[in-house]
Design a protein around this ligand. Structure first.
Ligand code: GDG
Length: 470
């Protein structure tokens, strides 16, 4: 019996050099959390290897990944355009993040979405044997649970959604809404970050499909599906120990000398309209306007990691950010100081850790976010128990990190006031808030999350089998 992890992307990205493909690890939270699972025995992780390449290279890539318990699903450029950038990121992503006016309901996107989910099905069926546990991840693969169920009625299938599940009134807008729900209901256990996401899913199924719902259980054709909340955690120990490393402490001193600021507001996001980057810049500008006393004393260090810039809304957002940062800096800068230090790139983990340690304020203000791991990484990095986290009430993390300064990300005035409050927060109050948040992030870490999901999936399957036996 083995475990099969399935996600759109593998935890590595293949890089080509002179016709040779080399797997470069992409150490995201999920890769760390699932590392203890997929590397064991016959277990395997199935996903796209992050590169579009000619068929003649498939064998070489497959061979290289096999030794790492990874199995690639190769995608063509058309599939990337229509399945990934199209249906996943121009239909599901905007609707699920409450930005439905950005959605483009193209029939071709949908056709490719079905086709690529079938490709993943074929890859799973090549390795799946009776008794295996299959854990599917995220919104790119919503049809996959039912596709597998049709081929293997007794399979053990878990599904976890990393982004929000929207309220019924938003979800019903999607032309293929029933097919999406039916696809998800092929799983035995469906997991979401928050109680509200799970509630929205339960409501959508009971309004749209002829199913019987009782509490968190849905009965579909005599089969029961359990819907549960599993707030994802981070590798707490990693961030805590990075903060203790002499090389990181050295970086912190180095950066402190360069910035020469009394207060640093840190923001870190992927380029995405769901992250509230423009609103946050407006709030920072308002702060400078209302409090000229902070000029030359405060700086915003803003890291935006490039993402999906082939999608029109993302490149437009990037232009808007460039413009707004330029305006604010031009308007407020002095000879030796600029209010915003904007980086459009990613940094090595050690630098990230140094920034988490350096910043006395971390501002996380998404319009919508399934969870938001940056907020948890900041908390885990604050080994002296000081610093202030300002957190959007629209991030899943706000349900757990209740001692953050919680803001509505649409309320520019409230964000400006929250930064002012953070600047003036006494150290004892900072600690009173930070300590319980650190305890939560430490306890409900990524390993806890993986174990809880797997244990629940096993329980759900066992209960189903004992019901059948009666
Ligand atoms: C999706 C959901 C949910 C960022 N900059 C750098 C860097 N990062 C890392 C952060 C963090 C990760 O990227 C971002 O994770 P988030 O959770 O904040 O956001 P999404 O990418 O949108 O993730 C989200 C998540 O899935 C998990 O379920 O929480 O709601 O949208 O770990 O540290 N890492 C490095 N350099 C950078 O410059 N090395």
């Amino acid at each position: 019996m083995k475990t099969i992890i399935v996600s759109n992307r593998l935890p590595v990205k293949m890089k080509e050099k002179d016709g040779e493909y080399i797997p470069m690890p992409s150490e995201g939270g999920l890769a760390t959390g699932l590392g203890s699972i997929y590397r064991q025995g016959d277990n395997v992780w199935i996903g796209w290897p992050g590169t579009v390449t000619a068929e003649e290279h498939y064998g070489q890539i497959e061979e290289k990944l096999k030794s790492q318990n990874l199995k690639p699903v190769f995608l063509t450029q058309e599939e990337i355009n229509n399945f990934y950038e199209g249906f996943s990121n121009e239909v599901l992503w905007p609707v699920f993040h409450y930005m439905s006016t950005y959605a483009r309901y193209e029939q071709q996107y949908w056709d490719y979405y079905v086709q690529v989910n079938q490709k993943f099905k074929a890859a799973i069926l090549e390795v799946a044997e009776p008794g295996d546990v299959i854990w599917i991840h995220d919104y790119q693969l919503l049809l996959l649970p039912q596709m597998i169920r049709e081929e293997q009625p007794d399979a053990t299938i878990g599904f976890f959604q990393h982004i929000p599940f929207p309220s019924y009134e938003l979800f019903r807008l999607i032309p293929w809404r029933n097919e999406l729900l039916e696809g998800m209901l092929g799983a035995d256990l469906l997991g979401f970050h928050t109680f509200d996401d799970a509630r929205h899913f339960l409501q959508a199924t009971s309004r749209l499909l002829p199913v019987i719902t009782s509490s968190n259980m849905i009965t579909v054709n005599d089969r029961s599906v359990v819907v549960e909340t599993f707030p994802m955690g981070i590798d707490y120990k990693k961030y805590e120990s990075l903060a203790h490393m002499p090389s990181v402490a050295h970086q912190v001193r180095n950066l402190r000398e360069r910035f020469q600021l009394q207060h640093i507001v840190l923001t870190i996001d992927r380029l995405d309209y769901s992250k509230g980057i423009l609103q946050r810049l407006q709030a920072f500008e308002l702060l400078l306007q209302l409090h000229p006393e902070y000029i030359e004393k405060i700086g915003m260090c803003m890291i935006v990691v490039p993402s999906r810039d082939n999608v029109q809304q993302y490149s437009a957002l990037r232009d808007d950010i460039d413009k707004l940062v330029g305006n604010i800096n031009a308007r407020y800068r002095t000879m030796g100081w600029a209010p915003i230090h904007y980086f459009y790139r990613s940094f090595p983990l050690e630098i990230l850790s140094a920034l988490y340690n350096l910043a006395d304020i971390c501002l996380v203000s998404p319009m919508r976010d399934g969870m938001n791991l940056v907020s948890k990484e900041y908390v885990a990095s604050r080994i002296h128990h000081d610093g202030v986290l300002i957190l959007s009430e629209m991030a899943g993390a706000s349900k757990e990190l209740i001692d953050a300064v919680i803001v509505n990300p649409n309320n520019i005035g409230a964000i400006a006031r929250a930064i002012d409050e953070a600047i003036n927060m006494p150290i004892l109050e900072q600690r009173r808030r930070m300590l319980p948040m650190r305890q939560i992030v430490e306890k409900f870490n990524i390993h806890h999350w993986v174990k809880l999901f797997m244990d629940t999936l096993n329980d759900v399957k066992r209960n189903q089998q004992s019901m059948l036996a009666k």
